[in-house]
Design a protein around this ligand. Sequence first.
Ligand code: HEM
Length: 495
Amino acid sequence: MSSVVPHPEQAWTTGTAPGIFPFLGHAITLFRQPLAFLTSLPAHGDLVEVRLGPQRAWMACHPELVHEILMDPRTYDKGGPLYDKLRLLMGDGLVTSGQEAHRRQRRLVQPSFRPSRIADYAETMGEEAELECRQWQPGEFDVSGALMALTTQVTSRVLLSDSLDAATAAEVRDCLAVIVRGLFVRMVAPIDALFRIPTPANRRYRRALDRLHTIIDSAIEERRAGAPRNDLLGTLLGTGGSNGGATALTEQEVHDQLITLLLTGVEAPALCLASAFRLLAAHPEVERRVHREVDAVLAGRRRPRPDDLPHLVYTRCVVDETLRMYPPGWLFTRITTTDTNLAGRRLPRGTTVLYSPYLLHHDPVSFPDPDRFVPERWLPGQEATVPNGAMLPFAAGNRKCMGDTFAMAEATLAIAAIASRWRLRSLPGCAEQPVPAVTLGHRSLVMICEPRSRTLVGEPSRGSSRECSVAPPVQDAPQVPEDSRTAGDEGVCDA
Ligand code: HEM
């Protein structure tokens, strides 16, 4: 069903998604085939009604409508039952806070993500990426685990300097993996009581959440008792350099921001990287171009530096295109704080509105041939062909991802460090697909790690030779056709 509604500038269409089940609405379809469900919605209108259990919500399918929502946070705020549930798990940090509390929090945390600070962090990113992939061995290995280890290490150093030892950082990584897997289903399932049943999955989830809170509390306690540090925890406690020494957050708020930054800062970049390597393995011509660029820019070094970033142009395009195809942040909600009009439809106060970067990024009007991996779309000069608001991996407006520049630098430098040493190949017959949970991506990716054969410049190996130990010539992996619209439609991941 689809109806045309008059609008001053445009005749918007509104409709209702088909396939409503009694009591559950579209929840079953959204769980079973979330990505196919999302990409089917624009056929029913620019603004489409979907039902999550008894709750009605409106999905904005047109980039201009999404832009209208994101640029008017007073009318379209975070809130409603989903955020109430998320707040129970993450506290009241940047991601979950409503408009009023958010402005104050963002002012305090934002300075730590200024471009000048990112340059410092980029040093850490290059160093950690090089250390991580130095330990890799040829053969089959858990790429997702290794990339989570890398991003946990980077984020925890930026947040907490060296407050977490290696074992605790590994624990944080494991806890985050369990939490993000279980979060989505707990947010959207209409029956909360299911998660109080002591099943192994529920117990695992509870243990991971409790442990993460305990680790954060100990880090804060130790820092209060020890010397001030100029890291993000220092800033939050008012003892670092960035907020003029004024403490403006309560103890609980500091805790909530750290949980928020760990949850947002670790998993999404790891998923983006895993998806990028999966896509590179399936597209050898793109991989070769990345190798050529990385070899030229690093010129034989193993550790990428912050000043390499402007030269890793194509590598960055690979990150952009990965984020287009598989945006880790794939589905978000807002709630109307007042009666309003969207696409010519009256939305009463308290209406849930949805937007999906995944849906927008797979719209063939904005991205011709949207299921093809084409990093060239993002080469300088080409981005101009992308309609405004059609590419939103980091959202927009005042709730735009605070770590966008951070994440782009981290992913670009990690690909450079890894690609300078290793080539990751898909396991024969493996069709690992991105799995939607609270985030979307390849989260249990096992690949084959092969050393790249290349000549090292200015970096003699242990013997007198300047050659890297040469691996057998690498065969190009057969190109695996991948349909990103149905990829992941083995359903939503639950722990
Ligand atoms: C590829 C990596 C990343 C992606 C795709 C991503 C995506 C997003 C998106 C789409 C939002 C907006 C959510 C909404 O509209 O409700 C967001 C918010 C946020 N992200 Fe990221 N993010 C990434 C990495 C990071 C990193 C590395 C950090 C920090 C270290 C971070 C911190 C945040 C924070 C604090 C917010 C909340 C901002 C606010 O409401 O003021 N993100 N992210």
